[in-house]
Design a protein around this ligand. Structure first.
Ligand SMILES: Nc1nc2c(c(=O)[nH]1)N[C@H]1C(S)=C(S)[C@@H](COP(=O)(O)O)O[C@H]1N2
Ligand SMILES: [Mo]
Length: 531
């Protein structure tokens, strides 16, 4: 009984416990202080994310297969256990050789700091919570260890010579208080750490609740409002895509595993590179600027012929040419590399950003702040270019550079370095493989050729002649344009083909191309059965 008790409460076990308590203090203090820093700067988040980054895909698949949507919880439990075991070892090491223990703790602290500062969107000051946490952990370890060391001194009591009995009695009593003191101190510290960590969590969540902050944000009125949308932009055919895409239905394409959450107070855009004058913009600068509003149709280069990776919205933002005018690009610059907080980048021709089109740093989408998944608080919108070379969401950096010197995210992965949008038309009603009754059948859809505009949309039934459809009103050359046609359908299977002609008179090519490297092309053909 005494043996068991000694094993659990003996100096070595106490040293291990001291290690665990100290580790809890490191994390708790960092969590509490971290509430006042970037959300991604807390040790647990940084350690976890770094771990995920270095996890082989096989292990990731295994984790998802085994734990499903609890994979993140499993990760944190696993991390907790690993940290606890390491802390036990460090505690025992510190007990035996304090200097070595200190080195171990400092090493762990350095690992945490390294994980924190290498996270995207985290700066060196964000290491402060981890550094202070490590210091607090060391102090706690030292204080607790002092009581453990005090126990080491007396020889095992039964073998003590008789003449030392009185002396030992005193020591034993000292040891008793020391032991009691240790467990009391360890317990209180552990509880305090729990309270601090929870408090830090709540405080951080309250301070960094980006979704709430977004809802509370009110956008300024534009200095230059969007041109009024003329009547008749919408195709009269029921079932055709709404001309204006609601934010909730807007396609979403990005490489972000979790949507970046940026505080407007933390947001900063650095404009640098081949410029006469570096410029740094804060969110407030945007709110105070002369903003413009404009309807622009965005399109993804990955959109297949007939696909729906396109959307049309009213954007509110600051023209990028005005920012560039302040930075004054140097001769020889021909590209702006925009980078998001999570490392995505896009290469946009400098001239496109200066030629007067409504290329902007957008903060509003259809009258609301950008939804988080569409780039809150600031993204780029550039009429006429596919998103992968222009529409950087969560944008934080603009480098004025040259195509010869820099490559963007997708260009490094086999896609083109430039991406003007190709002319595209699609049939939306009737749907492919639909069965429709014979007689008058309403046919309709959408076409786009941003910056050139749509001048004509034709359809061809089976191998008949190309016939012109009725175009809906054009709002602008940078928005899509809808069309409709009344088809006299005879029973049997039929193919409907569609093609557009852009504002320069160029007919959409029938040459089939895959999305890679610079966008799909070809005419869409839908099969319908008329009954
Ligand atoms: N940060 C970031 N921005 C990004 C991307 C991305 O992966 N990360 N994808 C781009 C691509 S390929 C497209 S098509 C558009 C899509 O914008 P949306 O999701 O708002 O429709 O965002 C662009 N901006
Ligand atoms: Mo895209």
């Amino acid at each position: 009984m005494t043996k068991l008790r000694n094993r659990i409460t003996g100096p070595t076990a106490m040293a291990a416990l001291a290690g665990v308590v100290a580790a809890a203090v490191v994390l708790a203090v960092a969590e509490l202080i971290g509430a006042f820093f970037t959300a991604r700067a807390t040790p647990l988040f940084a350690l976890g994310s770094t771990f995920i980054d270095f996890t082989p895909p096989k292990l990731k698949d295994f984790a998802v297969a085994t734990f499903g949507t609890n994979d993140k919880a499993a990760l944190f439990v696993g991390m907790g256990l690993t940290i606890a075991i390491l802390a036990c070892v460090l505690g025992v090491v510190a007990y035996r050789k304090w200097a070595l223990g200190v080195l171990g703790v400092l090493f762990m602290g350095a690992v945490i700091v390294a994980c924190v500062v290498t996270r995207a969107g985290v700066s060196a000051v964000d290491a402060i919570p981890s550094v202070l946490g490590t210091i607090a952990g060391l102090v706690v370890l030292r204080v607790l260890m002092a009581s453990v060391w005090r126990l080491k001194e007396p020889k095992p009591w039964p073998e003590a010579p008789a003449d030392q009995a009185a002396d030992d009695d005193a020591r034993r009593q000292g040891a008793g208080t020391s032991r009691r003191g240790f467990f009391t101190a360890a317990g209180i510290t552990a509880v305090a750490a729990g309270v601090a960590a929870t408090g830090g969590r709540l405080l951080g969540a309250a301070r960094n609740n980006v979704a709430k902050a977004r809802e509370a944000l009110s956008l300024p009125a534009p200095a230059k409002a969007a041109a009024a949308v003329p009547a008749g932009v919408q195709s009269p055919v029921p079932g055709v895509t709404p001309w204006l895409t609601p934010n909730n239905d807007f396609y979403r394409i990005d490489t972000a595993l979790s949507v970046p959450e940026i505080n407007v107070d933390d947001w900063e855009l650095r404009v640098h590179g081949l410029v006469e004058q570096e410029v740094t913009l804060r969110f407030k600068d945007l709110l105070d600027a002369q903003l413009i509003e404009s309807h622009v149709t965005l399109t993804c280069v990955s959109n297949p012929v007939g696909g729906n990776l396109a959307g049309n919205a009213k954007w509110l933002g600051l023209p990028i040419r005005e920012v560039l005018a302040r930075a004054r690009p140097k001769d020889g610059a021909d590209m702006v590399l925009s980078t998001s907080i999570d490392g995505f980048s896009a290469s946009t021709p400098l001239e496109v950003l200066q030629d007067g089109r409504d290329a902007m740093l957008a903060i509003g989408m259809n009258g609301e702040p950008l939804p988080l998944e569409h780039g809150y608080p600031v993204r780029m919108v550039v009429p006429g270019l596919y998103g992968f070379v222009s529409a950087t969401k969560w944008v934080v950096d603009l480098e004025v550079t040259r195509f010869a010197d820099n490559k963007a995210y997708w260009t490094n992965r086999g896609w083109s370095e430039r991406g003007p949008i190709k002319t595209m038309a699609r049939v939306e009603v009737p749907k492919s493989f639909a069965k429709v009754p014979a007689g008058k059948v309403a046919v309709g859809g959408t076409a786009w050729a941003q910056t050139r505009g749509i001048a004509k949309v034709e359809i061809q039934i089976d191998n008949g002649d190309w016939v012109e459809t009725t175009l809906s009103t054009e709002a602008s050359t940078v928005t899509w344009r809808q069309w409709s046609y009344e088809w006299d359908a005879t029973p049997g299977p039929h193919y409907i083909k569609v093609r557009a002609t852009d504002g320069t008179g160029e007919v959409q090519t029938d040459k089939r191309a895959d999305p890679v490297p610079d966008g799909a092309s070809g005419w869409q053909s839908v099969m319908v059965t008329v009954q």
